[in-house]
Design a protein. Structure first.
Length: 275
């Protein structure tokens, strides 16, 4: 993807978020005769304090300059949260950053994963590829060790492995949230070849991903409970949490912590031999 295409990405993001913002969310009446449930361009321009023509050019991907202050005003008009605002600003850059991250998990992080047992935990790379995981994670999702190449990736597991939909309770809610977090977390590497290969693969292998990706949802990480329908350990509940190692900021440690008073981790440890 060429550097100039970041203008098209910005235009696509603005259009998608405008169409997803309802008039009542910004204090406007729904009115009649709307072709879409979202805002009109003139409404966004009015709320942001810019001209309709200038905003239209921005959505058309024209070569115009927009200051951060003006873009933030547009973001506020579209009710973007902090993650959405940060992503909006990131799209003004060609996104050609080279991310320096180890291809194998540092030994310190491997020991950390082991120390978190019996809680499932894993390390993700810049494109959300699995770099390392502990035994509990493999018990939770046994197919992980069988994956390789582009498919050894959290997004692929969520969207292209049909078994995951049966494993994760309320899959659609968690998958949408994960996709929004993924877009936010990978803005800087969105044009490198590994990212292009991953998006192409997911688009071809997951109709759901192909339908949701153009919606441009963006979100920061949120701690949450995640429930699993495990084939042998039964109903499991963990608190989904994420850590960023100070020494390796382009890696992330994802933990699925036991909930106080719940025995999910113990049941997963005891009954994995039945898989």
């Amino acid at each position: 993807m060429g550097n100039g295409d970041h203008r098209r990405e910005l235009a696509d993001f603005l259009r998608a978020r405008r169409e997803a913002t309802r008039p009542d969310q910004v204090g406007l009446p729904a009115g009649r005769g709307r072709r879409t449930p979202g805002l009109r361009r003139e409404e966004v321009a009015l709320l942001a304090g810019v001209s309709v023509t200038w905003y239209t050019w921005l959505e058309q991907g024209r070569r115009i300059n927009a200051s951060h202050d003006v873009l933030l005003a547009i973001g506020r008009a579209l009710r973007l949260d902090d993650a959405g605002q940060a992503h909006l600003l990131a799209l003004t850059d060609p996104g050609t950053a080279v991310v320096d991250a180890p291809t194998e998990a540092p030994s310190a992080l491997v020991r950390l994963l082991d120390a978190l047992m019996p809680a499932p935990a894993y390390v993700l790379g810049p494109h959300w590829e699995f770099v390392a995981w502990n035994d509990a994670q493999e018990r939770l999702y046994p197919r992980l060790a069988q994956l390789d190449g582009v498919r050894r990736n959290l997004l692929w597991v969520l969207f292209a492995d049909e078994a995951t939909r049966d494993l994760i309770a309320d899959w659609d809610i968690h998958a949408r949230q994960a996709l929004a977090e993924f877009r936010s977390a990978t803005s800087a590497v969105r044009h490198d070849q590994a990212m292009i290969d991953l998006i192409d693969l997911l688009t071809n292998e997951s109709p759901t991903f192909a339908a949701w990706w153009p919606e441009h949802d963006v979100s920061g990480f949120e701690t949450r409970l995640r429930r699993f329908h495990h084939p042998t350990a039964g109903e499991l509940t963990f608190e989904y949490q994420q850590l960023s190692p100070a020494e390796w900021p382009n890696l992330r440690v994802v933990t699925q912590l036991p909930v106080p008073g719940d025995d999910s981790a113990e049941r997963l440890a005891v009954r994995h031999h039945l898989v």
